[in-house]
Design a protein around this ligand. Structure first.
Ligand SMILES: [Zn+2]
Ligand SMILES: [Zn+2]
Length: 738
């Protein structure tokens, strides 16, 4: 029953032919449309096809029809798709996620059913057998069908084979089928996911074992709970959650593992293969449609027990979910920043709640949101404090750049240079980290100080020697490097300002001409396989010095790495958004955590102009608790997330004037929110005021958490239609403010 007050389902309902049901389709427009139930009846959650005007559209039966009378003639459901229906927990999750993120249920259904995959099981997956009923009126065609079937004995035959052998049309078969003379059966599993093997680790340390037992008993209880599994890089968190996965699967439940980026998948697949052999599926943007289709059907019919994927996998319709693991839960890649906005980690918790499943959030540096939830006892916390085996955490020192005379084109301090020499002579690896792609982030004319900008975006162009071009990091447009300054017409007057990793590479090669150097940013590889090759070279010791951006910070083991040099993170610290400090802290911990993961003692140097910054202090002292607590206090005082709610409205359009006047109108329409204590900031030009030829205007709403801002806003926005050419994006819990 669909309860309009709590907006929750409590049971599946069955409707007989002729009754009216509300269907949610994948098409934009009204959320609920009424249809008549066809012959055979239909239950809530059934996947159906319905007519809308002159098209047939995929949808899901949601509830009893909303209207006893409609202004239009009710039409019948065209087809009940031959797939298992969605459970009430899936429906509840979809509804709740659409309300939380302020998108329509139509979009939720779209995210869940991935209509482009063409879900239906093809006819070839059915086979025919003799039925229980005797034939009443014999015809030559019917006789041929029965002759073919009886000659096959107990052997099943596909529809195509049957039609060809008996030389009859489909309608003859359908007719015999309806009369029960022949039976159509779903072919035995089109996808065989049954090969998955479950086993438990036998090498857990005492600390690991204790946590593992806790987590496994939570899974056995088949009730909702979110557990934070915190442990430094290399402490053996993965072993614990692999056991949790095995526990859930051995109890017949399904498991979803989320990871932040495709790049991490290749390494992870290998670990999963070692443990579970086969019978699991991947879900991310590089997976072929054909595979995804199999996966989606396997998820629905319950034959597929383990899926691991990036954020969109959180919307897959698991009917029997027992565990969700969110690896690197603090990672901002979990936030969908294109199209429909949602945070996959938060959706995972919501999904776990409605599925009565355990949710395991895994991180060495948990997000503030998660950390505060553990303080408030909403989540449980399990901490692995030591590194596994003999490995230790690297010792971190700061190199204060303040007061040093900066020589042109020298970005490595003498301390870092000495340390690299030492590593080279000891045959261990060094890593230089700078989170800036290209050769130089900025070119400036030394005669007239003109800087070069992208014509589509409010962004300066970065110089990339790899492409011998200038590149806009917002829209990806490449430009030739101008020979003369477009402003003062001086020749070759542009000079690079500041380093990107290509410039660090140049300096490093000059200093260490015989060292083997691997440079790694998103520009240096094309596919996850390329990246894997690169990591292989590092792991097998073919590389002396690694120079990389944040690509190297995630998930990979570098067993030979003993030194990390951080060239510059000060820029990130001055980012000015509420998460700047937190994100810099997490990034540094991850990068430094690459060193000394095994038996090598690690060391790290950070070059900085702000040695007194709380982030720097926390990283050196290893006192995470104190840092996180101070950040928490700052946010609590400012009433910003997680101690308040924010919703961003982003208005964009090719014409600034139209976009701004719509934004102003929009604010008048939501002004009443102030009566509920909601603060409204803007409209104002966004920090990046133009991107991909479109002007961007922002409105930010800030409220306390006990205001139902989503519901209020959704109601208000239903009356507001952006004019043509203007896009309005709603971003609940925004993490980017540019
Ligand atoms: Zn100039
Ligand atoms: Zn651009």
């Amino acid at each position: 029953m669909f309860d309009r007050e709590s907006r929750k389902f409590t049971e599946n309902l069955f409707f007989e032919k002729g009754e009216t049901v509300a269907v949610v389709t994948i098409q934009k427009g009204k959320e609920f449309l009424d249809y008549l139930v066809p012959k055979g009846g239909v239950a809530t959650g059934a996947i159906v096809k319905v007519p809308i005007r002159n098209r047939i559209v995929l949808g899901v039966v949601w509830a009893k029809g909303l209207f006893s009378q409609t202004p239009y003639k009710k039409r019948e459901i065209s087809k009940v798709v031959n797939l298992p229906r969605l459970n009430v927990n899936v429906l509840d999750f979809l509804l709740s996620s659409s309300e939380y993120n302020i998108f329509s249920l139509n979009i939720a259904i779209r995210l869940c059913l991935n209509p482009s995959l063409n879900l239906e099981i093809p006819n070839s997956s059915y086979y025919y057998e003799m039925g229980d009923q005797k034939i009443q009126i014999q015809t030559s065609k019917r006789k041929r069908v029965l002759d073919v079937l009886s000659s096959k004995g107990k052997q099943p035959i596909s529809k195509l084979q049957l039609r060809t052998k008996a030389q009859v049309s489909e309608s003859v078969l359908r007719n015999l089928e309806e009369k029960g003379v022949i039976k159509k059966l779903l072919a035995k599993k089109t996808n065989d996911f049954s090969t998955i093997e479950t086993s438990f680790s036998s090498t857990l340390s005492k600390a690991q074992k204790e946590i593992s037992d806790q987590v496994r008993s939570q899974i056995k209880s088949k009730s909702y709970s979110t557990i934070l599994l915190k442990g430094v890089t290399g402490s053996g968190k993965t072993e614990i959650y692999m056991d949790a996965i095995a526990e859930a699967i051995s109890k017949g439940a399904q498991v979803l593992v989320l990871f932040p980026e495709i790049n991490l998948s290749t390494t992870f697949v290998e670990r999963l293969k070692q443990r579970f052999k086969s019978g699991f599926a991947e879900w991310h943007s590089s997976i072929l449609k054909k595979e995804k289709r199999k996966t989606l059907i396997g998820v629905l019919d319950g034959s597929l027990k383990l899926v691991f994927g990036t954020r969109s996998a959180v919307f897959l319709p698991f009917n029997k979910l027992g565990l969700i693991v969110v690896d690197e839960e603090h990672d901002t890649s979990y936030k969908q920043e294109e199209g429909t906005r949602y945070h996959a980690r938060d959706m995972a918790v919501l999904k776990g709640f409605y599925s009565n499943a355990a949710v395991l959030l895994v991180s060495a540096t948990p997000s503030m949101e998660t950390w505060v939830n553990t303080l408030q006892n909403k989540y449980r916390s399990e901490v692995l404090s030591e590194r596994f085996g003999n490995a230790t955490m690297p010792k971190v020192s700061l190199i204060d750049l303040g007061g040093r005379v900066h020589q042109q084109n020298h970005w490595l301090s003498k301390e870092i240079i000495e340390k690299i020499s030492f590593c080279l002579s000891n045959k261990t690896q060094s890593l230089l980290f700078l989170n800036r792609r290209g050769y130089s982030p900025l070119l400036i004319c030394e005669k007239c100080f003109q800087m070069l900008s992208c014509k589509n975006c409010d962004a300066k162009l970065a110089e990339h020697k790899l492409y011998n071009a200038l590149l806009c990091h917002l829209c990806g447009t490449k430009y030739d490097i101008p020979k003369t300054c477009p402003s003062c017409h001086n020749q070759s007057s542009f000079i690079p300002v500041g380093p990107g990793i290509e410039k660090i590479e140049e300096e490093t090669r000059r200093l260490f001409p015989s060292a083997k150097i691997e440079v790694l940013s998103s520009d240096h590889y094309q596919t996850p396989t390329d990246l894997k090759g690169c990591f292989q070279r590092i792991i097998s010791g073919e590389v002396d010095i690694i120079i990389g951006t944040q690509v190297i910070s995630k998930g990979h083991n570098f067993p030979l790495l003993s030194f990390v040099g951080i060239i510059d993170v000060d820029l990130a610290l001055r980012g000015g958004d509420i998460r700047a400090a937190e994100n810099t802290f997490q990034l540094l911990r991850q990068v430094i955590g690459r060193a000394g993961r095994f038996n090598t003692d690690g060391e790290a140097y950070i070059q900085t102009y702000f040695p007194k910054d709380p982030v720097m202090k926390a990283i050196c002292s290893n006192n995470d608790e104190e840092f996180v607590m101070s950040q928490k206090n700052l946010r609590e005082a400012a009433k910003v997330p997680p101690f308040g709610r924010m919703v961003a409205l982003l208005i964009s359009g090719v014409k600034h004037e139209t976009a701004m006047s719509f934004a102003k109108y929009l604010v008048t329409q939501i002004f009443f929110l102030k009566d509920y204590g909601v603060e409204i900031f803007g409209p104002a030009d966004a920090r990046i005021s133009k991107m991909r030829k479109k002007f961007r205007i922002r409105v930010l709403l800030k409220s306390s958490k006990n205001v139902a801002i989503q519901r209020l806003l959704k109601n208000a926005l239903q009356k507001v239609r952006p004019p043509s050419g203007i896009t309005l994006i709603i971003d609940v819990d925004p993490i980017n403010f540019y």
